[in-house]
Design a protein around this ligand. Structure first.
Ligand code: CTP
Length: 437
């Protein structure tokens, strides 16, 4: 019996896939189809897959062409499978021409002509064409953000509203809608990404929602707990998506870390200590330090996601560069919970180790600097032979995962919540309090 194997994502199964499976089947007597797992697709940069693994397997099954369906989970698995199942022929479409020649050592490799004019990517894009405008002045970051939309199907950045247009890249300046008038930007887009200072967020989000636009907003949503609540309620009442963007929250390693803690891996958490610092030029009058506004939300995220928001006491200590106490170059916030404590340290005019340590009754989790771009962490114990290391790929500094979550939320008409509402609200409160006189 001649055994054939082929692999693919098979998202939104289309006639190109069916034609490939039909021809693969004809190459032998028994066809095994490997369907890629979500994690495996993520590690190879395919982050837009619409259907779940189970849905995709179901669709392949329905074709009746596969004698066996397996899941492809890791790099190098093809060699294992070929040996394990005694495969005679490995086949894929011609878009992979030459890429799998190394398998010739184990079986025959056949590239089948790819069907022209159809692909999952096209189907995903056709179904979705959400436009987005950006409001903000931070040219360096906006440039980075704008480059990420090409990795995400179904969303296109088409405009910018800024008071700092002269500093923006050529790509940004050449967008279809370039303006310093927010109303004008809103009139031309379906959604907006708010990347301004948080003291302006409340008004800007409200204006966008009232104009019927979905909003992705850099954290914090605003600087007041009640206003934050009000904005989420406004979005809900208008059937619009309001999503908070903290890139860390969307990083796979960070979400796995939260799950490990929930599963009791380090026992009960007794302390969370997060530090975020970067040095700003203290002489630069246009870019003064606002450590809590720029870093506070990020450091608060693990505190509230791990310990919750029902702390008993909090205390904010800030050092400012000015008498009016507007620009904090260093801030520290301490929390006391019933059975735990937490500390965050943030600074733009002082330097420290930017790590995250989560102390538990059985062991601790250590995330090295810069922990907010989490791709690696360690679970450490008294007996270091039991230590474990975890690594998860983080592409595009997490921006593209945020965009994927936002795009999906809009199309599924339901927010994909990586950050719980009480966490968002509490972040607003603490950041706001830091600047209240
Ligand atoms: N395939 C094909 N003809 C097409 C599309 C895909 O023969 N028009 C083949 C691929 O070469 C591969 C298999 O179908 O062997 C599964 O491909 P997959 O990557 O899942 O499909 P794509 O439509 O190429 O998906 P994407 O756009 O996400 O890359």
């Amino acid at each position: 019996m001649k055994k054939v194997i082929t692999y693919g994502t098979f998202d939104m199964l289309h006639h190109g896939h069916i034609k490939l499976l039909e021809r693969a089947k004809k190459l032998g007597d028994y066809l095994i189809v490997g369907v890629t797992s979500e994690d495996f697709d993520k590690t190879r940069g395919k982050i837009n897959v619409q259907q779940t693994l189970m849905e995709r397997i179901e669709k392949v099954k329905e074709t009746g062409l596969a004698d066996k369906i397996i899941v492809e989970e890791y790099e190098g698995q093809k060699i294992d499978d070929i040996k394990r199942y005694g495969i005679d022929i490995f086949t894929v479409g011609s878009d992979w021409q030459g890429k799998f020649d190394y398998l010739n050592e184990y079986c025959e490799v056949v590239y089948l002509e790819r069907t022209k004019g159809v692909s999952s990517s096209d189907l995903r894009s056709k179904e979705r064409a959400l436009t987005m405008g950006i409001i903000g002045d931070n040219a360096k970051y906006i440039e980075k953000f704008q480059k990420e939309d090409k990795y995400v199907n179904g969303i296109k950045i088409v405009g910018i509203c800024s008071n700092n247009l002269s500093e923006m890249s050529e790509d940004i300046k050449n967008l279809p809608y370039v303006t310093n008038n927010y109303e004008e930007l809103l009139a031309n887009v379906d959604s907006v990404y708010v990347k301004t200072k948080s003291q302006y967020h409340y008004e800007q989000i409200k204006q966008a929602l009232e104009a019927g636009k979905h909003v992705l907003c850099e954290s914090p949503i605003c600087e007041d707990r009640e206003q934050c609540k009000e904005l989420f309620e406004l979005a809900k009442s208008k059937n619009l998506i309001l999503l908070e963007s903290i890139r860390t929250a969307y990083a796979t390693a960070y979400s796995r870390l939260l799950l490990l803690i929930k599963s009791g891996k380090i026992g009960n958490v007794v302390s969370v200590d997060a530090t975020c610092t970067n040095m700003k030029n203290m002489e630069d009058n246009k870019n003064k330090p606002e450590s809590m506004r720029d870093w506070g939300y990020n450091a608060l995220l693990p505190v509230f996601q791990i310990l919750g928001t029902n702390y008993l006491k909090s205390n904010i200590t800030s050092f400012f560069i000015d008498k009016e106490k507007k620009y904090d170059y260093f801030s520290k916030v301490d929390f006391v919970y019933e059975n735990a404590v937490a500390t965050i340290k943030v600074a733009e005019g002082a330097k420290s180790e930017g790590d995250l340590v989560i102390t538990g009754t059985k062991g601790y989790i250590y995330v090295p600097s810069p922990w907010w771009k989490t791709d690696y962490f360690e679970v450490r114990y008294e007996d270091n032979k039991n230590n474990e290391r975890y690594f998860y790929q983080l592409d595009g500094e997490g921006i593209r995962y945020t965009l994927v979550a936002f795009t999906r939320s809009v199309y599924e008409k339901k927010p994909i919540m990586f950050i719980e509402p009480n966490v968002s609200q509490e972040i607003c409160k603490i950041v706001g309090d830091a600047y209240k006189k």
